[in-house]
Ligand binder design. Structure first.
Ligand code: ADP
Length: 491
């Protein structure tokens, strides 16, 4: 019987189930939208039970579509939106509050209180104090439900990120566990000792008994008993780390960048955490057995979103794909720069107050120049992250593996290769997040022998080679730096 790995990819806006065959090919996929709730400005929540129901739906649908049963599933992999926080009642298995989504700012005031502890927190967790991460969200929930703290202390409540919630539900409440990558985004996990950190727990006043057990990313978590036949859950990782693994960045110095709404770049830094001085986050890349592989992570807030803005707000495009045609109509931007700091600037600037700006326009500037400047800005922002990664790790980064919706734009990929002066590698399977946990699950179940076997089946649909003179690159990038400096001046 042909066997598959079933990957569940639970994202912010949708849940998906994907069946992978042994060659890592997508055989079938099912998807359901998940509704986000916006109870107050800056707050983002979701119905945690709704998330679980969407997972049941997509799993069933993908099996029906392929006309197979759970008998054909070798193992299950789970990847998820990271940091999103769910607390539920241990007895009933029902959430006590909505899931607080990673983007939500509702615990910003809680974070402000810990500002003077930021260095201590950074050293222990690799993270910068911010409401993104789960600790302040847990605090928020315990402070906002009746007797929250008391119930937590008396062991009535359980906390989990979305992976943990799905594992708990799939195992009918038998397994309360998360993997090390997800734990490393809670701001309660010590990435040096690879344990929950008692001092951090004390700082946030969070009782340890609500926390899940932390297990490797590739590991037999226990059988999912919810479906028609028990199948072992064998791979778990947060979405960006799963993509790093799915891109087979197994060696130190290998990196991937995802070009979606925003961009997320992760670099494999090996078995010791590198603590950044320039605004990169340090995170667990994955854990296999006792071996932890760490990663540095940088993010660009506005990536493909600038193309949506050109389409929806500026009405310069009918569809995102048209941006490539316009950009290629001109040789360059005619000296123009656009800095899409709509919501501030991410790595390495971390400037919340910066706003979008355009520079160097003349009467000769056309729509094509403008669109090209917007696409180039995505690549320049990624170069800013890439340069910091190189500087802080002293790694010679030979290539960059890419995925995400905007990688369809060949101009964007070629210009990225030109200004980074490395090869840009576009994999055959762009579902790298789901593929990553399929690989992790397959390693634990025996579906795959080792990393070498996975490398041997992994292939690329395109490789972009750098073709721009380095002097020209320097001139262009110097201009970008000036544009950034001027943008940050204007407040
Ligand atoms: P997310 O997972 O963040 O929702 P996706 O990986 O689905 O994002 O990518 C969608 C983003 O990619 C959108 O912001 C869109 O504007 C951009 N995008 C899609 N196709 C193109 C294209 N051909 N050229 C440039 N940007 C594109």
């Amino acid at each position: 019987m042909k066997k598959y790995i079933l990957s569940v990819d639970q994202g912010t806006t949708s849940s998906r189930a994907i069946l992978f065959d042994h060659n890592g090919h997508v055989c079938s996929m099912a998807q359901r939208e998940v509704e986000c709730l916006f109870p107050k400005p800056g707050w983002v929540e979701a119905d945690a039970l709704g998330i679980w129901v969407s997972v049941i739906d997509v799993v069933n649908e993908v099996l029906v579509k392929e006309n197979i049963t759970m008998d054909s599933i070798d193992s299950i992999g789970i990847t998820n939106q990271r940091e999103t926080t769910i607390i539920w009642d241990k007895k009933t298995g029902l959430p006590v509050y909505h899931a607080i989504i990673w983007q939500s700012r509702q615990s910003a005031d809680i974070c402000d209180k810990f500002e003077d502890q930021k260095e201590f927190i950074h050293e222990r967790t690799g993270l910068l104090i911010n409401p993104y991460f789960s600790a302040s969200k847990i605090r928020f929930i315990l402070d906002h439900i009746p007797d929250g703290q008391k119930r937590a202390e008396e062991g009535e409540l359980l906390f989990g990120t979305v992976d943990c919630w799905i594992i708990y539900k799939m195992t009918n409440g038998k397994v309360h566990a998360t993997d090390a990558t997800n734990a490393s985004r809670t701001m309660l996990y010590n990435i040096n000792t690879n344990k929950w950190d008692d001092e951090l727990l004390k700082l946030f006043n969070i009782p340890k008994c609500i926390l899940p057990e932390v297990l490797p990313s590739s590991y037999k978590y226990g059988p999912a008993t919810f479906f028609s036949k028990d199948v072992e859950i064998c791979g778990v990782a947060g979405d960006q780390q799963a993509a790093l693994f799915g891109q087979t960045c197994f060696d130190v110095g290998e990196s991937k960048n995802t070009y979606g709404t925003g961009c997320f770049m992760l670099l494999n830094t090996g078995n010791k955490p590198v603590i950044s001085k320039k605004g990169l986050l340090t995170t667990v890349g994955w854990q296999i057995g006792d071996t932890v592989t760490y990663a540095l992570e940088g993010s660009v807030f506005v990536g493909g979103a600038v193309v949506q803005w050109l389409r929806d707000q500026m009405r310069m495009l009918h569809e995102a794909a048209e941006s490539e045609k316009f950009a290629l109509e001109v040789e360059d931007t005619n000296g123009m720069y656009f800095v899409p700091a709509f919501v501030g600037l991410g790595t390495p600037y971390w400037d919340d107050d910066a706003r979008g700006s355009a520079f160097g326009m003349t009467r000769g500037t056309t729509r094509s120049h403008f669109i090209r400047a917007c696409l180039e800005a995505i690549d320049y922002q990624c170069k800013d992250v890439f340069e910091v990664m190189k500087e802080e790790t002293h790694c010679s980064l030979k290539n960059l593996k890419v995925d995400g919706g905007a990688t369809k734009n060949k101009f964007l990929m070629q210009f990225q290769s030109d200004i980074l002066h490395v090869d840009i590698m576009l994999p055959a399977c762009l579902e790298t997040t789901a593929l990553g946990v399929a690989y992790l699950a397959g390693l634990a179940s025996g579906f795959y022998k080792d990393l070498a076997e996975i490398k041997s089946i992994h292939s690329y649909q395109a490789i972009f080679h750098p073709a721009m003179d380095e002097k020209v690159v320097k001139e262009k990038y110097d201009g970008w730096k000036k544009a950034i400096a001027a943008t940050r001046q204007f407040k």
